[in-house]
Ligand binder design. Structure first.
Ligand SMILES: *Cc1c(COP(=O)(O)O)cnc(C)c1O
Length: 223
């Protein structure tokens, strides 16, 4: 089994440094994106202190939830969600679904949550880079959609927004997409938005500088 401790500490120190420069009152949550690894690696990471893990596929999440049942792990769903998987996902009681990409999807989650007698926490995914390949709502419709979900659907609880930074090597372009997401988040704070989930292994430093308070880190942790 890998020893993740040293690597983890390095990443944490890096985040902490930027956090203090940016906003010392900001608490930054780290979701370890565990799609590249199995239950054993997650267990090893749990033992060095990580508690929140994010999965991309419902089937993978299910297997890991079952294998790691004894640990009080907080499971997040961060991948693209197909509507025929929503029931199975809700049954796993994820802490947060990051990837609700439209009002229609929120409605589907709401409908199934109602049948099960659950309330499901979700984030609205925003396609801030405006890339065709990416899921999420266009920035110009994000606020309206957020409020519509909040006002009309009673079995989903919106906790904020999620975005994937622009797929680019150009820092300015990535920064632009993060700033768009953050601006929407800031506007929605008065409506209860708590989490701005943005920043992955290649761009988390920039994401923290742009106001992210929830990072989804995969390869930088599990290498
Ligand atoms: C895989 C994945 C991540 C983590 O990616 P890394 O670049 O390995 O840090 C974050 N968010 C989503 C939605 C992902 O699919």
């Amino acid at each position: 089994m890998n020893n993740y401790e040293e690597n983890f500490d390095k990443v944490l120190r890096n985040i902490e440094e930027i956090r203090l420069e940016t906003d010392e009152h900001q608490i930054i949550r780290i979701i370890a994106s565990s799609k590249y690894v199995g239950a054993d690696e997650i267990e090893a990471f749990y033992k060095v202190g990580q508690r929140a893990f994010g999965e991309n596929r419902v089937q993978d999440l299910k297997e890991k939830v079952i294998k790691l049942e004894e640990y009080p792990i907080e499971w997040h769903f961060i991948g693209r969600l197909q509507s025929n998987k929503i029931n199975a996902l809700l049954d796993l009681r994820p802490t947060l679904i990051h990837s609700c990409e439209s009002f229609e999807m929120a409605k589907e989650i709401d409908k199934r949550a109602e049948v099960k007698g659950l309330k499901q926490n979700i984030l609205l995914q925003i396609n801030s880079a405006c890339e065709d390949t990416k899921a999420g709502i266009e920035p110009e419709n994000a606020i309206e959609t957020y409020l519509k979900i909040k006002n009309e659907l009673k079995n989903v609880t919106l906790k904020g927004v999620m975005s994937i930074g622009a797929h680019s090597t150009n820092q300015e372009e990535i920064e632009k997409s993060f700033k768009i997401t953050y601006k929407i988040f800031e506007t929605l704070e008065k409506d209860g938005a708590k989490y701005c989930s943005m920043g992955m292994s290649s761009d988390f430093e920039l994401a923290v500088k742009c106001g992210s308070n929830m990072l989804r880190l995969g390869s930088v942790l599990f290498k």
